[in-house]
Write a protein that binds this ligand. Structure first.
Ligand SMILES: [Zn+2]
Length: 445
């Protein structure tokens, strides 16, 4: 047996109870939690030679779970189309760097939503080979897309039921843990965000195969119809869940929302990726989101003056964010299982900032405790990993984040991570300066 370790601090949020435990402690061995609770109550379980980490006035939470990441990404405003042009080798190296950032930020489990080709599988190989470290990674391989569809440039374009099934089986062969399908277009220049992409029978070909192998499925959905098709096909998680109609109008649909609740699907609304864009535009950055936005801009009556174009982009981004916040609020009110999935590093949203998404779920109506659950235990449930991660319980992986400030007083305090334990190992996060360097902040205007 390896050395026993003990982490103690003023408060312990185990995510089993809704209330924090005062003077909490977690005892673990070989990376697995063996005892947790009030220190006085469990201190007799501590072996004489145990290694003690005493964090005094700080707070222990479970390592965070981010249900939606893009580790290939840069978070500097470049479009997915542009990321797709970068050689796989470079993207794999970028992913390795991003994975460390995720881990240092307190995120110990990620679900990857769209890498190019085998880049994330190669990162997994490198981690398994002891070359680098990364959070626990739930991988899709690459997204399943129609020809010209969203993220087709990542290497997963198919047509028809047979090819959809063939790619699903190929991805299983390559080690995929779940299937990501782009059920509507998106920011990809050649795609159509207001239309469903796959037919229902094509979606079924993938979801049936997923059921055969006890795998989960998630669909990227910007249009109401895409969500409807996905629910019919039995998809487990709806990503973005925009209520966009073929005419471009975005209109909340209570009936469809009832269907989401009835089908027990999770929703990952991806709010901050829109706010990150607002922040960039406020700072005067001229980041293009690709052809999708240009198509919309062409339909807006503007002069060719550059300032006006930037203003129009900012107005559109602000309107989009407000609309999504409003729709998310209504989904929460109607009982939809909304979880944290950052969508970083997509667009302007860089990895290491998962907390910004949780912040906006709180703005959309969650209490701070519900926000914390959405990035720990409820996110773990959404990924089918609730027996391994998401809470501090006996038998689960010793994944912990130590916070300087209390997230129940202000959810932004999830940003105050000072230490991370992953599978029982204390992670060397480097200097405070380097950890501050990846944090994105609201522009000071
Ligand atoms: Zn995404």
């Amino acid at each position: 047996m390896s050395e026993q370790k003990v982490v103690k601090a003023k408060w312990l949020f185990d995510m089993v109870s809704d209330k924090p435990i005062e003077d909490g402690a977690v005892i673990f061995q070989s990376g697995v939690i063996t005892f947790s609770g009030n220190y006085e109550k469990i201190k007799n379980k501590i072996q004489p030679d145990a290694k003690i980490y005493d964090f005094k006035d700080k707070i222990i939470i479970p390592g965070m779970v981010d249900c939606h990441t893009h580790h290939n990404g840069f978070g500097d405003g470049r479009s997915g189309d542009d990321v797709g042009l970068i050689p796989d080798d470079v993207l794999a190296i970028k992913s390795a760097k991003n994975a460390k950032t995720s881990l240092y930020s307190g995120v110990t489990t990620i679900r990857e939503n769209g890498p190019k080709n085998m880049t994330m599988m190669r990162l997994r190989d490198a981690v398994n080979g002891g070359l680098t470290i990364a959070p626990r990674m739930v991988l899709c391989g690459r997204p399943i897309s129609i020809i010209g569809g969203h993220m087709g440039y990542f290497g997963g374009e198919v047509t028809g039921e047979d090819e959809s099934l063939a790619l699903a089986r190929q991805l299983i062969k390559e080690g995929a843990d779940y299937f990501k399908i782009t059920a509507t277009g998106g920011s990809t220049a050649t795609s159509f965000p207001l239309r469903p992409s796959f037919s229902k029978s094509e979606l079924f070909a993938v979801t049936n195969e997923a059921k055969n192998y006890d795998m989960l499925t998630a669909t990227h959905c910007l249009s109401t119809e895409g969500t409807d098709y996905s629910l019919d096909a039995g998809v487990d998680m709806i990503i973005h869940c925009n209520f966009d109609l073929p005419n471009g109008e975005s209109k909340f649909d209570p009936k469809l929302t009832e269907k989401i609740v009835k089908k027990d699907a999770y929703v990952n609304p991806t709010l901050h990726v829109g706010r990150a864009r607002v922040w960039s535009l406020m700072e005067g950055k001229d980041a293009a989101l690709g052809g999708f936005e240009n198509k919309r801009l062409n339909s807006i009556s503007i002069t060719k003056d550059r300032k006006n174009i930037l203003d129009a982009r900012l107005d559109m981004a602000k309107y989009g964010l407000e609309t999504k916040l409003d729709h998310c609020r209504q989904m929460i009110d109607m009982g939809v299982k909304v979880i944290t999935g950052s969508d970083s590093s997509w667009g302007d949203y860089a990895l290491g900032n998962t907390v910004h998404e949780t912040e906006l779920l709180v703005e959309a109506g969650y209490s701070n405790m519900e926000g914390l659950k959405s990035v720990t235990i409820n996110a773990a449930k959404a990924l089918g990993l609730e027996n391994q991660v998401g809470s501090i319980e006996v038998g689960k992986s010793a994944d912990l984040a130590i916070l300087d400030k209390n997230p129940i007083e202000d959810i932004k305090n999830l940003n105050s991570v000072t230490e991370v334990f992953f599978m029982g190992q204390s992670i060397r996060r480097g200097s405070e300066d380097s950890n501050n360097s990846y944090i994105q902040k609201s522009p000071q205007i």
